[in-house]
Design a protein around this ligand. Structure first.
Ligand code: ADP
Ligand code: 3PG
Ligand code: MG
Length: 403
C-alpha cells in the first residue's frame, strides 16, 4: 500500500512550472509567536518560506501575493492578530519592499498590474468569515487573485480552509512550495527510507491525542521510547500507582493494547524507571527524584529522572533514525525541564538522522539551544502529528500531481 507520505510527495512543486509573468499567490504560514508589544520571538516560519518567495522573485513572477493567518481571531478585524506586525521583519529578511494591503479590492487591482517584483502581504485571512468555513464564493474570490497558487503553509496544511484547500478548485495551476516539499522529504527519509534501527520518542500530555500516532507507526519503528505525562498512563496500566500524576484513566486499557501490539510487532518499548515528583505544580516546595514504584501520595510526576535519561540515551545512541514528538515533562517550568532539555542534547549529539515534529517539542528544542544540531525540525505542530498518523494533509490534496 502506498503511504500517505509518498502520495503527498507526488504533487507538483514550484520547480515543475513556469511563473514568469504570472500573478502568484503563495499561502504561507506566518503564524509566529509574538509578545504583547508585537515583537516576534521566533521567526523560523517566516525564514522557512523565503526560498519559495525568492524563487518567484528570481523567476520574474508578475506579482507575488502572500496570504497567511495569524492566531485564531474570533470574527472580523482584531489589531492583535494583524499581519501588519510581520511586514518589517519580512522586509528585513527578504531585503525587499513589501506592500501591506488590508482590503480585497485594492489587492485585486494592484496585483494585476504586473510590475515585476511587487510583493504584497495581505491582511490576516482569518479576518474573513469565508476562510474557516471554506466558503466556495470566498474560495472563488481568492482564486481570482492569481494565475498560480502555491501552497507553502505546511504548518496549516492539516486545515481544510479556503486559502489552504478550497482555493485550489478555482485556479488552473496549483503547486507546493519548497517548504512543503522539504517537510515531505524529511519525513520520507525518516519513515519511508530510514536507516535502521528507527526510534520514536513520544511524550507530551496525553495518550488520547496521540493514540493514532502510536498505532500507525507501530509497523515502521523498531523502538518506542515513552516519557512525559503519556508515560504515566502506561505505567499506571502496568501496575504502578502514579498517585496525583496526570493519568488518563479511560485509556488504561488502550495503553495495555499498545504494549501488546508493540510486542507483536517486536517493537522494544522503553518506559521511565524514575521520575521527578512535586507536591505542587504551580508552587512547588517539595521536589524529588524517586523510582516509579515510590511516587508519594498527593505528588505529581512532572519529569523523567536521571536513571531514565540514561536508559533512554542508550536506546538513542544505538538508533540511526530518531523521530521525536512530545516533551518528557512540564518543560515550561524551569524546575521540570531538565529531562526534556537533556534529551534534546542527547538526540542532537547522536549520529542519527533526527527529526522533530510537534509544536511544543520544537519549542523545547529551541529553548534547549539544540535546534541547529537536529537534522530537521518540522514547522508544523498539528500538521506533523497528522502526517505521522498516516493522514493525507488537505493542503496537499488538491494540488496538481506529477504524471
Ligand atoms: P507537542 O506540541 O510537541 O505535540 P504536546 O502538546 O503533546 O506536545 O505536549 C506538550 C505538553 O505536555 C506540554 O505543555 C507539557 O507541559 C505537557 N507535559 C509533559 N509532561 C507532562 C507531565 N508529566 N505532566 C503534565 N504535563 C506534562
Ligand atoms: C499552527 O500554529 O499550528 C498553525 O499555524 C495552524 O494554526 P491553527 O491551529 O490555528 O489552525
Ligand atoms: Mg502541543
Amino acid at each position: 500500500m502506498i503511504s500517505n507520505i509518498i502520495t503527498m510527495g507526488g504533487v507538483k512543486s514550484l520547480k515543475d512550472i513556469d511563473v514568469t509573468g504570472k500573478r502568484v499567490l503563495i499561502r504561507v504560514d506566518f503564524n509566529v509567536p509574538m509578545d504583547a508589544q508585537f515583537n516576534i520571538s521566533d521567526d523560523s516560519r517566516i525564514r522557512a518560506a523565503l526560498p519559495t518567495i525568492n524563487y518567484c522573485i528570481d523567476h520574474n513572477a508578475c506579482s507575488i501575493t502572500l496570504v497567511s493567518h495569524l492566531g485564531r481571531p474570533k470574527g472580523g478585524y482584531d489589531e492583535r492578530y494583524s499581519l501588519r506586525h510581520i511586514q518589517k521583519r519580512l522586509e528585513r529578511l527578504l531585503q525587499k519592499r513589501v506592500e501591506f494591503i488590508d482590503d480585497f479590492d485594492t489587492l485585486k487591482t494592484e496585483n494585476a498590474q504586473c510590475s515585476i517584483e511587487r510583493i504584497f502581504l495581505f491582511e490576516n485571512i482569518r479576518f474573513y468569515d469565508g476562510e474557516k468555513k471554506n466558503d466556495p464564493e470566498f474560495c472563488k474570490q481568492l482564486g481570482g487573485l492569481c494565475d498560480v497558487y502555491v501552497n507553502d503553509a505546511f504548518g496549516t496544511s492539516h486545515r481544510r480552509d479556503a486559502s489552504t484547500y478550497g482555493i485550489a478548485d478555482y485556479v488552473d495551476t496549483k503547486v507546493a512550495g519548497f517548504l512543503m516539499m522539504r517537510e515531505i522529504e524529511a519525513f520520507t527519509k525518516a519513515l519511508e527510507n530510514p536507516i535502521r534501527p528507527i526510534a520514536l520518542v513520544v511524550g507530551g500530555s496525553k495518550i488520547s491525542t496521540k493514540i493514532t500516532l502510536l498505532t500507525s507507526v507501530m509497523q515502521k519503528v523498531d523502538k518506542l521510547i515513552i516519557g512525559g505525562a503519556m508515560s504515566n498512563t502506561f505505567l499506571q496500566a502496568i501496575g504502578y500507582d502514579m498517585k496525583g500524576s496526570l493519568v488518563e484513566s479511560d485509556f488504561l486499557e488502550t495503553a495495555k493494547e499498545v504494549l501488546e501490539e508493540a510486542k507483536q510487532h517486536k517493537v522494544k518499548v522503553y518506559l521511565p524507571v524514575d521520575v521527578v515528583i512535586t507536591d505542587s505544580i504551580d508552587h512547588p516546595i517539595d521536589v524529588k527524584v524517586v523510582p516509579i514504584q515510590d511516587v508519594l501520595d498527593g505528588f505529581h510526576a512532572v519529569d523523567i529522572g536521571p536513571a531514565t535519561l540514561k536508559l533512554f540515551s542508550e536506546a538513542i545512541e544505538l538508533s540511526n533514525t530518531i523521530i521525536w514528538n512530545g516533551p518528557m515533562g512540564i518543560y515550561e517550568i524551569n524546575q521540570f525541564s531538565k529531562g526534556t532539555y537533556k534529551l534534546a542534547t542527547i538526540i542532537s549529539e547522536s549520529y542519527a538522522y533526527s527529526i522533530v515534529g510537534g509544536g511544543d517539542t520544537a519549542d523545547a528544542v529551541e529553548k534547549a539551544g539544540e535546534k541547529e544540531k537536529f537534522s530537521f525540525i518540522s514547522t508544523g505542530g498539528g500538521a506533523s502529528l497528522e502526517l505521522l498518523e498516516g493522514k493525507i494533509l488537505p493542503g496537499f490534496e488538491k494540488l496538481d500531481r506529477k504524471s
